[in-house]
Design a protein around this ligand. Structure first.
Ligand code: NDP
Length: 326
């Protein structure tokens, strides 16, 4: 089978497209023939070695995939079932989706909702599933469309694009923050009402600012997240999932102790199975499928290494689907 393989021999970090014998696949009770994978920010970090995402070598990267069960000793799955995989350390400590096959624990898989085919599932990918978890976090904290605007940072990125689309479809008024003003029309076509420049949020700010949004989905971290919290309305919620600007959080407690702002962390990797199934079912119900093609581009497996570098430069728009059989 074809796979991207990352090696780290004698401190030389290398990722290449290569042929791997199927008997090299790791342990697991389900073998999946992969249709599509994607490139997420974390895959960019893994392929380039920019952050220590990969913790075992050699490693096949790819934190997600969609495909068809080929062999199964798991009671919930049989050959021919369509499945989707996100996280659980796949692509980090267990061989991942940037390959034509994967073997892993069936407990990690989610049945693919009927509404999506494998390609659409990967247009959504881990980024889109994380966006849904963020929207669910806002809802669980009681944020409703009547409460006011919702901010999405890193809006042209994968998580951001799906978040804008989902929130708009659910009736929220969305402010999209981006460094790419030239993508304003794209963001408006996904449903953003207003676009702001990310420079408004990316520098060190004041402990408290004007109350601007009832809630936010932040994919950026660092000063941006601190400023997002500082301008969240009384009792509002910020769902924080990303670190594209940085993993630091140079904030004060003021928004939390004076305005009761809730900072709700969102993790997709170890998220319990029931919540994942709920998130995928919600995506099937609430995502405007016609937006997927606007957000997604497709590359063959052989282009994954070069595209991973562009992803970290911030020059990739929306979601990148990887056709592992092309
Ligand atoms: P993308 O690379 O697709 O998007 C990131 C976006 O962040 C960019 O498009 C850009 O948006 C913005 N950005 C990039 N650099 C900076 C910067 N220096 N300052 C401010 N904004 C910046 O990544 P994803 O959408 O796949 O992921 C977004 C984040 O979410 C990542 O940090 C990723 O690790 C994290 N993530 C976390 C998950 C979890 O389980 N918690 C799951 C999935 C992702 P624009 O061009 O609009 O300014």
């Amino acid at each position: 089978m074809k796979a991207i393989l990352i090696t780290n021999d004698n401190d030389t970090y290398n990722a290449q497209l290569t042929e791997v014998a199927e008997d090299q696949l790791p342990e697991g009770d389900v073998t999946v023939s992969i249709d599509y994978s994607t490139l997420n920010y974390k895959d960019g970090l893994a392929i380039t070695g920019k952050s220590p995402v990969v913790r075992k070598f050699p490693m096949v990267p790819g934190v997600d995939f969609a495909g068809t069960v080929e062999q199964s000793a798991h009671p919930d799955y049989k050959p021919g079932d369509k499945v989707v995989l996100n996280g659980w350390g796949v692509g980090e400590v267990h061989w991942g989706g940037l390959a034509q096959k994967a073997r892993l624990k069936g407990d990690w898989l989610v049945p693919l909702p009927d509404r999506f085919d494998s390609r659409q599932a990967m247009a959504i990918g881990t980024a889109g599933y994380t966006s849904m978890l963020c929207v669910m976090a806002l809802e669980n904290q009681g944020v409703t469309p009547n409460d006011g605007d919702i901010l999405v940072t890193g809006a042209v990125g994968g998580v951001g694009s799906v978040a804008v689309s989902l929130l708009a479809k659910l009736g929220y008024s969305v402010i999209a923050s981006t460094g790419r003003r030239e993508e304003a029309e794209y963001l408006k076509s996904l449903g953003a009402k207003e676009i702001i420049d990310r420079s408004e949020l990316s520098e060190k700010g004041r402990p408290l600012g004007k109350e601007r949004w009832a809630g936010a989905i932040d994919t950026v971290g660092s000063h941006t997240l601190a400023n997002v919290c500082a301008s969240t309305k009384y009792g509002g919620t910020v769902a924080a999932c990303g670190l594209a600007q940085g993993f630091d959080l140079p904030a004060t407690v003021m928004p939390f102790i004076l305005r009761g702002v809730i900072l709700n962390g969102v993790d997709s990797v170890m998220c319990p199975r029931e919540k994942r199934i709920e998130a995928w079912n919600r995506l099937a119900k609430d995502l405007d499928i016609s937006h997927l093609e606007m957000m997604a581009s497709e590359i063959p497996l052989g282009d994954a290494i070069a595209t991973a570098k562009s992803l970290l430069d911030g020059s990739v728009k929306g979601r990148v689907i990887v056709n592992v059989n092309a």
